[in-house]
Design a protein around this ligand. Sequence first.
Ligand code: ATP
Length: 329
Amino acid sequence: RVRRLTGLAPTGRLQLGNYLGAIRPMVTAQSTADDDANLVAIVDLHALTVDHRPHEVRAYTLEQATTLLAAGVDPASTTIYVQSQLPEHTELHYLLECVASHGEVHRMIQFRQRAQASGTGHSRLSLLTYPVLMAADILLHDTDEVPVGEDQRQHLELARDLASRFNNRYGETFTVPRAVTPRVAARIMDLSDPGAKMGKSRRSGQGVIYLLDPPDVLRRKIARAVTDQGREIRHDPIGQPGVANLLEIIAAGADTEPAEVAAGLSSYRQLKETAAEVVIDLLAPIQRRYLTLARDPHQVRAVLTAGRDRARTRASATVARARRALGLL
Ligand code: ATP
């Protein structure tokens, strides 16, 4: 058996990269797995590592849970819960801080980028220790596989290092996880800035395809996507990042290869129109189900509480193991 965990931070509305990089692989895996194999955590404590508005974090948490269910996460086979409702995450976070070194967390690229964005000296201490909390999220559940986009691979390496180091020093305690990155669309880029990853917390949403964007908004955003001056349609992520990004989106949506998609297109206009149609078709069923589920937020909350209760048994066993191994009475 293989256990998988996906984490999503409620820092904004879910976007296409989240879906293709993390949610869809999870939904696909869930259909062939047994009950205890898949977990999805809405990692709200991670949303507190950057400047945040409390009412937004709360609203995004519920919206994300609803969107995940709409996207096909089935609570009968996948445990879906909110990180802060399971205090074992923070307890294990502290225990792992005692095997992590200052230097290795300082080396994390995402920390450097985000710390820089918030102005030197003003970033939160929790932003530095974020990858250690992420390691705790993963190790807490004896996770074997973590479906992640390219952007999270370095954090996954840290989780692996911490698990192995802990096991070597204090005895076999954690499962050492591995990252699983989708072959196509592992890194969807922002439509208006193809040099940057699409992200749900980006300040301008103009280049971000949100899963709940209505069709007219999707068409407009994709029509305005930055391509380049050329006319040729090739899959060349370095030379033509904007075009390559649209090709990858189409390929991921239509389940083919970017080069194959390129061969069938003759103009940038056709490329954008095809991308818009593929994305609209991909998101339509999710949006339809979202509208139904959003009518009953109490039901969504009940799913989250049940998920938390289900996740608790293993989480507390893992923490107990780690405490004992470290010498706590
Ligand atoms: P933020 O803007 O707050 O960093 P995010 O949209 O990058 O948010 P995360 O909550 O950090 O999303 O990550 C959730 C999951 O989605 C992770 O598995 C991550 O690898 C994946 N993911 C995020 N953005 C992309 C992207 N552009 N392409 C592919 N996968 C992505």
